[in-house]
Ligand binder design. Structure first.
Ligand SMILES: Nc1ncnc2c1ncn2[C@@H]1O[C@H](COP(=O)(O)OP(=O)(O)O[C@H]2O[C@H](CO)[C@@H](O)[C@H](O)[C@H]2O)[C@@H](O)[C@H]1O
Length: 480
């Protein structure tokens, strides 16, 4: 099949979270399985400066109608592996910036314009390049207008650009909500500027467009596909999602074993496998050293790697600060984002620097070291579409502590609920729930044989992207 993915992030070129990992793995795996895959990505500064893109071919110039003006841009292309091409929609005024979405304090004020331009650029490139895709697959709100714009362009130009479109929701909390005035820039017919179209409580909602107007809608776990149809998890779009229930499916993400594999991971000081865990001890020792903890400390180390946001349950950790201060354990948090959470974690760390630390930055190598060197991985999310780190931690023999929401339910088996199969500790998404999970972790850690058995069961699990990619293939085929 000719498959086109459209996303605002792609590992290793630009990543703010799991979207980048998921799109890269899916596109790469589909390419390896013999499909012709194209990924469209904004030509951000970070991407253009990446070694792969430096000599990207300049394909053609763009002239995009945005309301009553035309804006110019350029399409560049490079191929990082067989069967895979990455097309960059470039316009320095929009994408030659330090970050993808904002300056750290707030979102860029022209994000609506930037991603309308991006989607229109993709449509134009599909037309000029004559790709004739079987599937155009849009990810998250930044690409969600694409299915609509594509059909609109087909009508205008009398061409077929794609057989079917798919929209994947990686996180329904991010919808691309903008003032209604941005509608004019989309160039879409006026009848879409209402409640049956993009309008959402007097605003324009990009993700709503993707949900309503794609041939198929997917999300990243079966449990989340159910949850987003409820007011509790639908973030106001549950009614819209319900209208597409027949075309909605939840397909679990996987683990990219070229990047996340303890037996080959070049970012670690030592490698290891389920049958030989000595390298994991070296990773643990290195982690203790990097954190400035006592090298002889042998209590459990809890690791956490996430964007610091409400979603990730950082406040539940903070509400349990006395646990981390009083129990014989260590806590390593790698994450940045919300300034209040960052400050409170920093204060907590300053009260016990010998056993609690915050590393407030994006650091790919450190995230691998935590996955490998910690004894437990803490993920008390309030909601979680899929979650990747709980899978990475099982693969790395680090026992996950996860709340019972979304994809965490689909990927972690509780050791008390299923003593013979359990791979982690699960709990209700509350401070009390987390507290219970932490206590169970301390007890498990003290029972060395049980701990190792759980560890090995996690390492034996298959989270391969081949399974996930095969599910997407089936979805594409059924749609066509
Ligand atoms: N400071 C830091 N330094 C280095 N790496 C860091 C980091 N902070 C986060 N990361 C990395 O970013 C990724 C986060 O992925 P997740 O899937 O856990 O969450 P995210 O909410 O971003 O993704 C959304 O999309 C994905 C993909 O579909 C869903 O799994 C998820 O549930 C949904 O919320 C992981 O690879 C993690 O290691």
């Amino acid at each position: 099949m000719k498959i086109v993915h459209v996303a605002s992030e792609l590992f290793p070129y630009v990543k703010t979270g799991g979207l980048a990992d998921a799109v890269a793995s899916l596109a790469g795996t589909l390419a390896d399985r013999g499909h012709t895959v194209t990924v469209f990505l904004p030509g951000y500064r970070a991407v253009l400066e990446h070694g792969h893109a430096i000599n990207a071919e300049r394909k053609f110039r763009l002239r995009i109608e945005m309301g009553d003006v035309f804006l110019s841009g350029e399409v560049r292309v490079f191929s990082p592996r067989a069967n895979l091409q990455v097309f960059l929609i470039c316009r320095d005024e929009f994408f030659d910036r330090r970050a993808a979405y904002g300056n750290g304090e707030r979102d860029y004020e022209d994000n609506a314009e930037r991603f309308i331009f991006f989607c229109k650029g993709v449509v134009e490139a599909l037309r000029l390049e004559n790709i004739e895709a079987d599937i155009v697959h849009a990810h998250d709100w930044q690409a969600a207008l694409l299915p609509l714009m594509l059909r609109d362009a087909e009508r205008r130009h009398g061409v077929t650009l794609a057989m079917k479109t798919v929209c994947t929701i990686h996180n329904i909390a991010f919808q691309g909500l903008f003032p209604r005035s941005v509608f004019a820039q989309t160039g879409l017919p006026d009848e879409l500027n209402n409640v049956d179209g993009l309008e959402y409580y007097e605003q324009i909602n990009f993700l709503k467009g993707g949900i309503l107007f794609s041939d198929r809608v997917t999300t990243v776990s079966p449990r989340y596909a159910q949850e987003i149809q409820t007011p509790e998890f639908g973030c106001g779009l549950d009614g819209v999602v319900q209208t597409r229930a027949d075309d909605l499916v939840g397909l679990l993400n996987g683990v990219d074993s070229a990047v996340w594999n303890p037996a080959t991971d070049a970012l670690l000081p030592a490698r290891f496998t389920a049958s030989n865990l000595r390298g994991k001890e070296t990773c643990r020792a290195e982690l203790l050293k990097r954190c400035g903890f006592d090298p002889a400390f042998n209590g459990p180390i809890f690791g956490m790697v996430c964007r610091l946001t409400e979603q990730k349950g950082v406040d539940l950790v903070l509400e349990n600060r006395d646990f981390f201060l009083t129990e014989t354990c260590g806590l390593v948090v790698l994450g940045s984002g919300d300034k209040r959470m960052e400050a409170e974690l920093r204060t907590l760390a300053s009260r016990a620097p010998d056993k609690i630390t915050l590393c407030a930055k994006l650091d790919e190598a450190m995230s691998h070291l935590i996955e490998a060197g910690a004894d437990f991985f803490v993920m008390p999310s309030l909601f979680e579409p899929c979650g990747l780190n709980q899978m990475y931690s099982q693969v790395y023999g680090t026992i996950p502590l996860t709340s019972r929401v979304g994809g965490l339910v689909d990927t972690v088996i509780d050791i008390d609920a299923e003593p013979e199969r359990g791979t982690g500790i699960t709990f209700a998404p509350t401070a009390k729930g987390l507290r219970g999970g932490l206590m169970r972790a301390i007890e498990l850690h003290a029972r060395k044989d049980d701990y190792t058995a759980v560890q090995r069961r996690g390492m034996a699990r298959d989270f391969s992207w081949n399974t996930a990619a095969a599910a997407y293939e089936k979805l594409y085929r059924d749609a066509i």
